[in-house]
Design a binder for this molecule. Structure first.
Ligand code: GDP
Ligand code: IMO
Ligand code: MG
Length: 427
């Protein structure tokens, strides 16, 4: 396949960074199409661990061109912090390009993210506070600034000044908060604009040309399908489209440009932030999964909520993404338990539901229906071949396939590149 979308099947943090980095050794181009620095994609190489936020996870591979597409909300200061950290470690960042159509995130977006969350009190979303919602609000309201605006200094200064005045009125009148410093934000943004100039491109043309000339292009999803603004657990979602369809608008390619979709799927379920979670384990088992899987946010450090595998979620996610294969991640983490549970449906008012409901009240009233399987109770991190896995682990993988209706093409048994079992080539 020459184009492949890699998307999160659950609520994010499924291991997309690891798989993108792994597949990128064969990729000519890696493209992000949505989200922003709310993403935290971990790449482990030997004893080094990198958390990438805005920068595509293909960056560790010298030959790969990395694109930050038009659908991303771009925090220029955060971007340069990330490139500086990578360069310090000897990783080249000169092959990263940014779309001239991407919208910009400014400090006032982050401040407003925080204030909107605080105003919600108990009903807060649990955002990453990276300014994502407020930046997409400006985009949809048609008042946002884009990367291309940075190319004309005088016009950029004027547009940004007007935006800051506007936001200061909101800060003062709505929240009683002090205004942001206009001159400081403008000066920093102009400095970023100068530094960004060599990386600004019409990236849609680059992606199109790469695909047309038969190059291998990976589309890197951020967040997860259940956080999709339309199809996720609204309002406990992010403000973009983390599903495969998000790449059409977010990278500027036609619907037919994506040949295959791999759903990155944890062997269990996690969620960071608020919102419904039918298979959540608020007990010792959940705690054990958190400690074994090191389930703490790569962006915010928050402990992730943990639970059993939710087949209703992954089946739903496979449908809305057109998923052609799963990568089952962190299977090694489950090696502690005598028995394992997989949810294949929900019980709701005496009936069985197999599709994820729209209403969160309905979701809250659902209880999981489980299939119980024996555990393997051993360390599988050294396995490199599907047949080398214990019977019970293979049985677990097959149960995931049966419940979701999607073949598991990759099994991951550890965070390192090497700890990967390919059952069927995906790219
Ligand atoms: P992403 O946001 O989807 O890229 O995922 P994160 O990086 O936020 O979280 C995934 C975590 O699981 C990271 O700490 C990875 O290093 C780690 N990880 C990925 N695959 C495996 C695996 O198969 N086993 C274990 N134990 N850890 C893994
Ligand atoms: P990666 O790409 C997990 C969650 C936040 C919150 C909700 C909205 O690493 O998988 P936002 O800051 O986007 O407005 O927050 O979405 N969230 C993520 N959860 N992984 C992510 O990214 C996430 N990005 C946002 O915790 O619940
Ligand atoms: Mg993450």
């Amino acid at each position: 396949m020459s184009t492949l979308a890699v998307v999160g099947s659950q609520w994010g943090d499924e291991g997309k960074g690891k798989i993108i980095d792994y597949l990128a050794k064969k990729a000519d181009m890696v493209v992000r199409g949505q989200g922003g620095s709310n993403a935290g994609h971990t790449v482990v190489i030997g004893n080094r661990k990198y958390a990438l936020h805005l920068i595509p996870s293909g960056v560790m591979n010298e030959q790969t061109v990395n694109i930050i597409g038009n659908g991303v909300v771009f925090d220029a200061e955060g971007f340069f912090d990330e490139t500086a950290a990578l360069e310090k470690d000897g990783i080249k960042t000169d092959r990263i390009f940014v779309s001239d159509r991407a919208h910009l995130v400014f400090p006032y977006h982050k401040l407003l993210d925080e204030l909107y969350e605080k105003a919600l009190g108990e009903k807060d979303i649990g955002t990453t506070r990276k300014g994502i919602g407020p930046a997409y609000m400006d985009k949809i309201a048609r008042s946002g600034l884009r990367v291309c605006d940075m190319l004309d200094e005088a016009a950029f200064r004027e547009k940004l000044a007007a935006q800051i005045d506007d936001k200061n009125r909101i800060l003062e009148k709505l929240f009683g908060a002090p205004p942001v410093n206009k001159e400081e934000i403008i000066a920093n943004s102009l400095d970023c604009a100068k530094r960004l100039r060599p990386r600004i491109r019409d990236t849609g043309v680059m992606v199109h040309d790469a695909i047309r000339s038969g190059k291998k292009v990976l589309f890197e999803g951020a967040q997860g399908s259940m956080l999709d603004i339309d199809l996720g657990t609204y309002p406990y979602v992010t403000s973009s489209h983390p599903i495969s369809g998000g790449f059409t608008t977010g990278a500027g390619v036609g619907a037919g440009a994506i040949q295959d979709v791999i759903g990155i799927t944890k062997a269990y379920t996690t969620r960071v932030g608020k919102g419904p979670f039918v298979t959540e384990l608020d007990n010792e088992i959940g705690k054990c999964i958190r400690e074994r899987g090191l389930e703490y946010g790569a962006t915010t450090g928050r402990p992730r909520r943990c639970g059993w595998f939710d087949g209703v979620v992954v089946r739903y996610s496979a449908r809305i993404n057109g998923t052609t294969g799963l990568a089952l991640m962190l299977l090694d983490v489950l090696g502690e338990f005598d028995e394992l549970k997989l949810c294949h449906g929900y019980a709701y008012k005496g009936e069985t539901i197999s599709e994820f409901p729209a209403s969160l009240d309905t979701v809250a009233a659902c209880t999981p229906l489980y299939l119980t399987l024996p555990g393997w109770k051993c360390d599988i991190t050294g396995c490199r071949d599907f047949d080398a896995l214990p019977d019970a682990a293979r049985g677990y993988v097959k149960a995931v396939e049966e419940i979701t209706g999607v073949p598991v093409k990759i099994v991951s048994v550890g965070p390192d590149r090497e700890q990967t079992i390919i059952r069927e080539a995906v790219f």
